[in-house]
Design a binder for this molecule. Structure first.
Ligand code: SIN
Length: 296
């Protein structure tokens, strides 16, 4: 296997991997190390069944079964289907997943470590791939924070709420998302996390706050929290921290949720089909030094 860095703030390609077969311990360590260093890895040319996708993703942590309980592989609910395709008039997947900046599962007591997406259909217009996924580096965003902001935020925590992103997506014209039930809301109460985390692989600090789910800085008065959050949301999405992945069928894209924000670009129409399968890896193992010491 060869790791080829993008040369940009984020991103690398992993060449020579076949995720249809179990990874050797060495290859697992190389991918884990590269994920820490580059945050977004494209592993091109894959042909995967749900079991292989799940098997690969499950090496990195427990797999989440999405709270919405829809558009899951019927046999493997850890594999979620993201798509705008309809069959017999019915959607086969979640059509508007992640279409604004966020960090997956920051609303969860156990946060997400990684996402693993596998592209089966990529929309194209005039030969150009559409529906890219954009990322922002929270290592770089933390490093570039002014010293006085770092001092003001040191030791502070942020409240994250699952319903913030869902309700915003639901309010978009044409959204088919159903209102969350009381039970779904009860299952995902807002949770707090430190605004700065030490990344378990890099050992560097990251800004762990995102416009999708962050509601307020708990220890500050509401107006000060609003002002600082607005500053952080602008700061963290500066173009110099951002990177876009343009998809090709067969790509497996794996990213580190602790050190990035991401969004899916909805620049394609209902007739331009996109089909992606997704597993979400929780951070239940990655904060264990015995796990991270496998990183090469
Ligand atoms: C997501 O936020 O997990 C979806 C990203 C994408 O479909 O590009």
């Amino acid at each position: 296997m060869e790791i080829v860095p993008s040369g940009k703030v984020l991103g690398a390609r992993v060449l020579g991997a076949d995720l249809g077969k179990p990874l050797s311990a060495r290859d697992f360590g190389v991918i884990l190390g590269a994920l820490g260093r580059h945050s977004v890895l494209c592993i091109p040319g894959q042909m995967l069944e749900a079991t292989s996708l799940k098997g690969f993703a499950g090496r990195f942590g427990e797999l989440e079964i999405n709270v919405a309980g829809t558009f899951q592989d019927p046999v493997h609910p850890e594999v979620m289907i993201l798509s705008n395709i309809k069959e017999n008039g019915k959607p086969i997947g979640l059509a508007d997943a992640g279409q604004d900046w966020h960090t997956d599962m920051s609303y969860s007591a156990t946060i997400a470590f990684a996402n693993v997406l596998y592209a089966i259909k990529v929309p194209r217009r005039n030969g150009k791939a559409l529906g890219s996924t954009e990322f922002a580096s929270m290592h770089a965003a933390y490093d570039a924070l002014p010293a006085d902001i770092k001092a003001r935020l040191d030791g502070k925590t942020v409240l994250h709420d699952f319903a913030k992103f869902w309700d915003k997506a639901r309010a978009q014209p044409g959204s088919t998302r159903k209102a969350l039930t009381e039970e779904q809301r009860r299952k995902k109460p807002p949770v707090s996390h430190p605004v700065f985390l030490t990344h378990p692989i890099t050992g560097r600090k990251v800004l762990y706050c995102n416009p999708g789910y962050a509601m307020r800085i708990n220890e500050l008065p509401e107006d000060e929290s609003d002002e600082l959050l607005a500053f952080l949301f602008r700061h963290q999405l500066q173009p110099k921290f951002c990177y876009a992945h343009s998809w090709t069928e067969g790509d497996v894209l794996m990213w580190d949720n602790i050190g990035t924000l991401h969004q899916a670009l909805p620049d394609y129409t209902a007739d331009e089909h996109r089909l992606i399968k997704r597993c979400q890896v929780m951070a239940d193992r990655v904060f264990d030094p015995e796990f991270t010491q496998q990183a090469v």
